[in-house]
Design a protein around this ligand. Structure first.
Ligand code: PMP
Length: 420
């Protein structure tokens, strides 16, 4: 095993020169690749094109989906998402084209008015929000935008560090937590049963504490032995706090990101309160699109069959990145480690404090990665370790080149730092 951290200066200098030559070779290729966001590839988008020929607009209860009405969503779409989210149809609201938009709306509702169980609006004090990190940058951005204090909680392979969460929720100003329970963004970790049960059972000082349970990757498996996460609404109900979780999902990475259907599920009390407030914002969501999606995907089995087709395209890309990491970084002691998710859209690569420099080196060679630090509150990774890899979009060959370059960049950045 090579260990840069135990090398003498002379050997390091030699390694530096050799890495620089290899890196320059990549720069000379004139690469122009973008791996910055988790987007499906055009091939994946092609899988859903047949949906657009569905023109039926009358729902199974006779609703004309082309017209206004039914803010809660088409009944068959509520039943469909009830299966996906693990709730009853009446606990589901089917929304528009973005689950993030629904989350934003509910953060805003809490901020401006509070929820049905709130003594006062969240904005009345100095509210804080728990952010398991690394996590999804756009979650953190929503709560930052409203003015919450973002409180970092370390993300472990079992989910957020629950010892810390249980302590932090003793503060009444802590109003909620962001969670991506299955195949988290960016680590691909899934919450253990113990984590889910502790989130449900913990005593919170705020009576209106909310768990934002973003199940964005609930059908995005990449193996025959998928991870399984307990249902937070069920677990909360068992311990008498069913108003705590707000569950979300969308079909963004099932059909078309930005042109699919999002949904949420919560207790009946929450659903009633949310619909009453939504009434001031919108008459009805795009029910035509909701119906089209249900007719195309049918039910949970239909979704699973469709996601298998995605898997055939996505799995080789994950395998490619992981095998290049193994080959090129695996023999270096302490240099880097990375996650090996069973699903989702991302792999996390952890460096020894050179994430920023590595991303910069890749950029200068023509490969754009997610900005270092993006997965942390306020965009600051305190140890500058984490790089989020999004393997789905580039064609396989380009992904290979980009991953090779990334490995060279990690080594070069590390050696450079040791020589500085
Ligand atoms: N949640 C997570 C965890 C995500 O990774 C993404 C997409 N990158 C979203 C939500 C966005 O979903 P939507 O398109 O439904 O707004």
């Amino acid at each position: 095993m090579t260990n840069y951290f135990a090398m003498n200066r002379e050997d390091l200098e030699e390694e530096y020169q050799s890495l620089k030559r290899i890196y320059k070779g990549y720069c000379d290729k004139g690469l122009k690749l973008d791996m910055s966001r988790g987007k499906p590839s055009p091939e994946q988008l092609d899988l859903s094109m047949d949906m657009l020929s569905i023109r039926d607009y009358i729902g199974e209860t006779g609703i004309d989906s082309r017209n206004y009405g039914n803010l809660e969503g088409m009944p068959e779409a509520r039943t469909f998402f009830a299966q996906i989210l693990g709730a009853k149809p009446e606990e589901v609201i089917v929304g528009g084209n973005s689950s993030l938009n629904m989350m934003y709306y509910l953060v805003e509702l809490g901020w401006r008015s509070g929820f049905a169980d709130s003594p006062r609006p969240w904005s009345a004090g100095k509210p804080k929000f728990l952010c398991p990190a690394p996590g999804y940058d756009r979650h953190f951005r929503v709560t930052e935008y409203f003015g919450f204090d973002l409180v970092t909680v370390p993300m472990l392979p079992t989910g957020p560090d629950m010892d810390q969460v249980e302590k932090l929720v003793q503060d009444e100003e802590v109003k909620g937590i962001w969670c991506v329970p299955l195949y988290s963004n960016p680590d691909g970790y899934s919450y253990s049963d113990e984590t889910v049960r502790r989130l449900a059972a913990m005593k919170t000082a705020a009576p209106d504490f909310k768990i934002f349970w973003d199940n964005a990757y609930c059908v995005h498996h990449l193996t025959d032995t998928p991870d399984h996460v307990l249902n937070i609404l069920d677990e909360c109900r068992k311990v008498g706090c069913e108003d705590r979780p707000l569950m979300f999902c969308s079909l963004s990475k099932v059909t078309f990101p930005g042109a699919s259907v999002a949904a949420m599920a919560a207790s009946l009390k929450n659903v009633e309160y949310i619909l009453k407030n939504m009434f001031s914002m919108i008459i009805s969501y795009d029910k035509f699109n909701q119906l089209r999606h249900v007719k195309f995907l049918k039910d949970a089995n239909g979704v699973a069959a469709h996601m298998d087709k995605h898997r055939q395209i996505v799995e080789p890309k994950f395998k490619t990145v992981l095998s290049i990491f193994d080959k090129e970084l695996g023999d270096y002691e302490k240099l880097a480690h990375w996650t090996k998710p069973n699903g989702g859209y991302f792999i996390s690569l952890y460096t020894q404090g050179v994430a920023k420099r590595t991303v910069q080196l890749c950029k200068e060679a023509g490969v754009v990665l997610t900005g270092a630090g993006a997965a942390y509150p306020y965009g600051i990774d305190p140890d500058d370790t984490n790089i989020r890899i999004a393997p789905t979009y580039p064609p396989l060959e380009e992904l290979e080149t980009a991953t090779h370059l990334l490995c060279v960049a990690v080594k070069l950045a590390t050696v450079e730092k040791l020589l500085a």
